[in-house]
Design a binder for this molecule. Structure first.
Ligand code: GLU
Length: 447
């Protein structure tokens, strides 16, 4: 099958292109309804109309021309097809800390497809090392691709695999682990590994980027260098998440894995520590700790691996007018845990009470975190909160809903009985509970 058959074009469009002997990447002239268009033939996007032939014009814009008997397609040149070639790897300095970068996918491991302008997941962890040669001045780096998946497609099964891989590398004696990950669900995976990897001897640092590594504006290199520096030399031994502190390249901040939340769709400083302070910052290749309360790096410590998660756990957001049948649905489907994302200090409408009561009677753990994100639930203030407590709903203090969900999945993956699961749920495992409520963090996106 030739390349054009694989390009996504069908029927009349495919016939015209085949007859003109065109391949994707060729320069073509298309005449339709008295107009002539010239540009590079690009593949039909998965969501595009199959009847259109798409070319990238000199202006950079893509144009779709509807294929029909009257359309004339000519090949007027063979386009250069630059391919990504893996750069050669920098030399390793044996005096530096030994790090492993594990690739899981996402923008940090992507590059722009020269033909379509779309971003594709394409870089292996060692490609990343190759395109950021400065890493060789920070650490000796091994690389491993664990997955090549956009993070919205990861599931708790991937968390389990990843946790096992990290544990294996740590048992081989590395000084730190960096996990390159898509930012969309990086907070969930960081929370998952915070619970799964206990008593860590060295840091495990997640890193992502908002712009792919081959774009001039990419934040991948600075984030990666900061993450590798922290993994190799920082005094903490916890799961962290390293990204830009602000939109400037100067500071990389390491958030605690259970407190990091993606808060902006596109900014480089998208992650914020919620209800807690970051663990560290990396500024000019120097690590500056941001708090005294952290687990210290100690190579003699034995990692305890607890990688199992129960997937029969749901996150249910309360909203005005919510139908409690949603709760019944999960109970009838055999779910073992429901995390309610309640309003304010920890409330849901009383129309949900019967469904919640029934769920708890059937042995489902019903916990509650606030959709306010910042602050702590306090279910003793209003009647609604007290009624929910009386029904047996478990308040999750200052944990934000995503970490609460991951913890409930983890707890139900560990505990042998319901009492043990409830006990674990309210026990601090990885810094997910902050004892006193912190002042509101100042976020001024767009200011
Ligand atoms: N949605 C993709 C992911 O989370 C790309 C976004 C990103 O990496 O930041 O993997």
């Amino acid at each position: 099958m030739s390349e054009i058959e694989n390009s996504g074009y069908k029927d009349m469009a495919l016939r015209l292109l085949r007859d003109a002997n065109c391949q994707v990447g060729d320069i073509v002239r298309i005449t339709s309804k008295g107009k002539t268009y010239e540009g590079i033939l690009i593949p039909r996007s998965e969501l595009g109309d199959a009847a259109n032939i798409i070319i990238k014009m000199k202006s950079g814009y893509n144009v779709g021309i509807v294929a029909s008997e009257k359309v004339v397609v000519e090949k007027i040149g063979v386009g250069a097809k630059p391919m990504f070639a893996s750069p050669s790897l920098p030399e390793q300095n044996s005096a530096l800390p030994h790090i492993v970068i594990m690739g899981t996918g996402g923008t940090i491991a992507s590059r722009v497809d020269y033909r379509t302008g779309a971003v594709r997941s394409a870089m292996s962890a060692s490609d990343l090392y190759g395109v950021v040669p400065e890493l060789s001045e920070v650490a000796r780096v091994d690389t491993e691709i664990v997955f090549s998946i956009y993070s919205e497609n990861l599931t708790p099964k991937n968390w389990t695999i990843l946790a096992r891989k990290v544990a294996e590398r740590i048992s081989q004696g590395v000084d730190g682990v960096v996990i390159a990950h898509g930012t969309d669900t990086m907070g969930y995976t960081a929370a998952a590994l915070s619970f799964a990897l206990q008593n860590l001897p060295v840091p495990v640092v997640f890193v992502g980027s908002q712009r792919s590594s081959d774009r001039p504006s990419s934040d991948a290199a600075t984030n990666l260098i900061g993450a590798v520096k922290a993994a190799g030399e920082a005094p903490f031994a916890e799961v962290g998440l390293a990204m830009h502190e602000t939109i400037s390249d100067s500071v990389i901040v390491v958030h605690r894995g259970v407190k990091a939340r993606k808060c902006h769709t596109s900014r480089r400083d998208t992650f914020k520590s919620i209800n807690g302070f970051p663990i560290a910052k990396v500024l000019n290749q120097e690590i500056i700790m941001q708090q005294d309360d952290y687990k210290h790096r100690d190579l003699s410590r034995q990692l305890v691996l607890k990688p199992d998660f129960c997937e029969k756990v749901a996150l249910v957001k309360f909203y005005p007018g919510m139908d409690p049948a949603v709760i019944d649905f999960y109970v009838n489907q055999g779910f073992r845990g429901i995390l309610l994302e309640g309003s304010g200090l920890g409330h849901v409408s009383k129309v949900c009470f019967d469904a919640i009561k029934n769920a708890i009677a059937k042995g489902v753990i019903v916990a509650l975190a606030s959709q306010c994100i910042w602050g702590r639930v306090n279910m003793n203030v209003y009647d609604t909160g007290r009624d929910l407590l009386n029904l047996g709903v478990i308040p999750l203090e200052d944990m934000f809903p995503e970490t609460g969900l991951v913890k409930l999945m983890w707890v139900l993956g560990q505990a042998s009985d319901l009492d043990e699961a409830k006990r674990l749920l309210i026990t601090d495992i990885a810094g997910e509970f902050t004892l006193c409520t912190l002042p509101q963090e100042k976020i001024v996106y767009g200011a």
